[in-house]
Ligand binder design. Structure first.
Ligand SMILES: [Zn+2]
Length: 460
């Protein structure tokens, strides 16, 4: 053994001692996720995006145009449905194709009531209990040109916003549907985003009213990596801090006060989802592929997207979007002006970048659908003033957990820094003071898939 390799071995031992070891950490990579990630095809993404653009403007109000106008929004959604049908044929009918219809408007950007149709496909989990848990991959298929925002015929190709996200979801469905997962994955394409998130709001309401166990929503919007800007090989993952469900009424004031007391504003369920994407999913990405960059903010400055519809109803949801946007290529009427070309056109898309963001989604969704349910009723005991910390929890409700891990980080650290294995125990005491660190608990299954992290609630 050379001095260098000896040093490396000592370092690895120290690291193992620091973070602890567990069945979860020594698990082999999941071959299903590896296959799905490797199958993502930039050429297919390109042809899907071009097909969407070729339907013409996909303005949501297109449904109110006379039939002879062949509105792009209707043609596109029929084609999307047919594509998902073809994908399903290749997996022996593994996808259940669905539509969710609602009538929205009148509204400032929908002067006449319009029928909105969300197209979605369900890939049911193969474990009866875990299949009740749902992971949602989404994008919106409608487009708009802001200069003529209520004109359903104004040219709005929407190659990036959000033809890129729609192509991503269809490609993710194609590669993930060849594999089987314990939990359910839903692939959803929304209309009405540009008019005020109408499609996703209606769909989130459906999920809420039917009591879906919607565990994670990944909303992909503008993920084409405009090729006139340096994307630094990064995709931003936006997640809310203070949950959108907290309002000013009395019950929420108590919750808000607790958030403030505990300094828990960096640990919403959406933030745990962002951390999952930034750590678990990246293990499956080639080093040269697009990497996630967490942004601790619900969306870009004063802007919004479909994930907000889910946040507002209490679901964990993140927005995934390119690193550096070019506003000349969003919501613009295609034109040449003073030597500058405007318009959301396919030629500005970097399809290898889009393939990178697709891999990230595929890895994240596959891992989330493989993971056991997070542990339930996670509590941090606060009865006595002591310097050590005791946490306890109930088993993962889907019965798939092989063990649990306690996670710790400094209050100033963005991501988890230390893992303490708990094995099959449902309680653990660590010497670290709850005053100085932030705790989380997660489950892992027999193959080492980790669940989303749950923040403990104080128990008096
Ligand atoms: Zn958009």
């Amino acid at each position: 053994m050379t001095v260098k390799s000896l040093r490396t071995a000592i370092f690895l031992c120290l690291l193992a001692a620091a973070v602890g070891t567990s069945a979860a950490q020594s698990a082999a990579p999941d071959a299903r996720i590896q296959r799905a990630v490797a199958a993502v095809d930039a050429t297919r993404l390109q042809s899907t995006d071009l097909a969407l653009v070729n339907f013409g403007t996909r303005h949501t109000s297109g449904t109110t145009l006379p039939a002879e106008k062949h509105a792009g929004v209707i043609q596109a959604r029929q084609w999307i449905e047919a594509e998902l049908g073809r994908t399903s044929q290749h997996c022996q009918g593994c996808l259940e194709l669905k539509q969710y219809r609602s009538v929205e408007g009148p509204a400032p950007r929908l002067p006449q009531p319009a029928e909105l149709v969300t197209i979605y496909a369900i890939q049911r989990g193969n474990d009866p209990e875990a299949a009740k848990r749902v992971i949602l991959l989404s994008a919106h298929y409608d487009t708009i040109a802001m200069a003529r925002m209520n004109d359903a015929e104004a040219p709005a190709p929407g190659a990036n916003d959000d033809g890129s996200g729609t192509s991503l979801v269809l490609e993710a469905a194609r590669v993930l549907s060849h594999e089987r997962f314990p939990a359910t994955i839903i692939y959803a394409l929304f209309p009405g985003e540009e008019q005020g998130l109408f499609g996703s709001k209606a769909f989130a309401k459906l999920a809420k009213s039917e009591g879906w166990q919607l565990e994670a929503v990944l909303s992909n919007d503008i993920v084409g990596g405009d090729n006139t800007r340096d994307q630094h090989n990064l995709a931003r993952v936006f997640s809310e801090g203070i949950p959108a469900t907290l309002t000013a009424d009395d019950a929420d004031r108590t919750t808000l006060r607790r958030l403030r007391l505990l300094g828990a504003e960096l640990d919403s369920p959406s933030r745990q989802l962002a951390r999952f994407i930034a750590t678990e999913a990246t293990a499956y990405l080639p080093a040269s592929s697009v990497q996630p960059k967490m942004v601790f903010r619900q969306d870009r400055f004063l802007r919004g997207g479909d994930h907000t519809s889910f946040n507002e109803l209490g679901f964990a949801a993140v927005r995934i979007t390119e690193y550096a946007e070019n506003y000349d290529h969003q919501h613009q009427l295609p034109r040449l002006e003073n030597g500058v070309e405007y318009g959301d056109l396919p030629k500005f898309i970097d399809f290898s970048y889009l393939a990178g963001v697709t891999r990230l989604n595929v890895a994240a969704a596959g891992l989330l659908a493989s993971a056991p349910a997070p542990p339930a009723e996670v509590k941090l005991v606060t009865r006595d003033l002591v310097n050590s910390s005791t946490l306890h929890w109930k088993p993962s409700p889907d019965g798939r957990a092989a063990g649990y891990e306690l996670l710790l980080r400094e209050t100033t650290a963005p991501g988890w820094e230390k893992i303490v294995p708990a094995g099959a125990q449902l309680q653990l005491t660590v010497p670290d003071s709850k005053d100085n660190v932030i705790f989380g608990v997660r489950a892992y299954d027999q193959d080492g898939h980790r669940s989303l992290v749950v923040m403990p609630a104080p128990e008096r």
